[in-house]
Design a protein around this ligand. Structure first.
Ligand SMILES: Cc1ncc(C[n+]2csc(CCOP(=O)(O)OP(=O)(O)O)c2C)c(N)n1
Ligand code: SF4
Length: 292
């Protein structure tokens, strides 16, 4: 039985004291332990950003990839070894600026990956420029007259792109965030968790206090249900996405792996011998030659 300790590393967390990423880290570690997973059965793929450091603090396989490329790398890991629990994690800049197209395509493919975006509405690592989720009018050194762009709305975007699991948690409410992450990992398909994670150093507007006052727990809505995409979209529009809880889930749609013909019956790449992999390499070379 895995313990919480099993998912910790010796490395001291580098984040500023009070950073929301601490809450996301402990929620994820607790979820992995609660689900009784073993560290060697978990692969964490993280992008560049303060949030991307999360992989250094979780004892599991850890791939720290180039900025914005968490999802294609995570898909590669999942396809090479579908027996692994694959978690992708990163910031809102990583996900919705440079990584935007990967997000839309991952959603529509529905691989069995959990994607946690630590959303602080800012670029933390590069010292406080606006990100695609920054509020209209938000001031930063790069936008001294205020943000003139409309923000990306991650939850509505995921829902309208066909996501099969969409949720939002808050690092100031680790109990709910842990429960959401557990369900996201249990979900067989692409699960999107927007984890509101305040940047205490560069974002003085989207603070813990702001969220404590503004967030509405959708699960307490008398009309709450998780199987109605249109209801979920309407709620998100009405509340400006200031909600928490599991917003939508569809456990019927098959995952990408389940829909790939013959894929699940074949031996995973991770378990093939060098000779078998060499033979495959030769087949790929032949294919490339055939296009010349
Ligand atoms: C290809 C590339 N472009 C830009 C950068 C610079 N860069 C590093 S982190 C980052 C954004 C960080 O913001 P976010 O993803 O929201 O993460 P946070 O630091 O807020 O957790 C940028 C633009 C980079 N490392 N690589
Ligand atoms: S700069 Fe912001 S996001 Fe980065 S560690 Fe500090 S508080 Fe966290």
């Amino acid at each position: 039985m895995a313990t919480l300790e099993a998912f910790k590393t010796d490395e001291k967390a580098w984040w500023c004291p009070g950073c929301g990423d601490f809450g996301v880290l402990s929620a994820l570690q607790k979820a992995l332990a609660d689900l009784d997973l073993e560290p060697e059965k978990v692969a964490l793929v993280a992008g560049i950003g303060c949030s991307g450091k999360i992989g250094n603090y979780i004892n599991s396989y850890n791939l720290h990839v180039t900025h914005g490329r968490t999802l294609p790398a995570a898909l590669g890991v999942k396809l090479a070894n579908p027996s692994l629990t694959v978690i992708a994690a990163g910031g809102d800049g990583d996900a919705f600026a440079i990584g935007m197209s990967h997000f839309a395509h991952a959603v529509r493919r529905n691989p069995d990956i959990t994607y946690i975006v630590m959303d602080n509405h800012i670029y933390g690592l590069t010292k406080g420029q606006n990100s695609p989720t920054s509020d209209p009018g938000a001031k930063s050194k790069a936008t001294p007259w205020g943000n003139v762009e409309q923000p990306v709305r991650p939850l509505s975007l995921a829902l309208s792109a066909g996501a099969t699991f969409v949720a939002q948690g808050f690092s100031g409410n680790p109990r709910q965030l842990t429960a959401i992450i557990e369900e996201a990992i249990r979900h067989k398909g692409f699960s999107y968790v927007n984890a509101i994670s305040p940047c205490v150093t560069f974002n003085r507007v989207n603070t813990y206090d702001f969220y404590r006052k503004s967030l509405v727990n959708l699960e307490e809505d008398p009309e709450y249900r998780t199987n109605d995409r249109a209801w979920a979209l309407r709620k998100l529009l009405e509340t400006d996405e200031l909600v928490t809880g599991i917003i939508y889930r569809d456990d019927e749609t098959l995952s990408f792996e389940e829909r790939l013909p013959g894929f699940l019956e074949a031996k995973p790449a991770a378990q093939r011998t060098l000779e078998e992999l060499e033979a495959e390499k030769a087949r790929v070379r032949q294919l490339i030659e055939s296009y010349r």
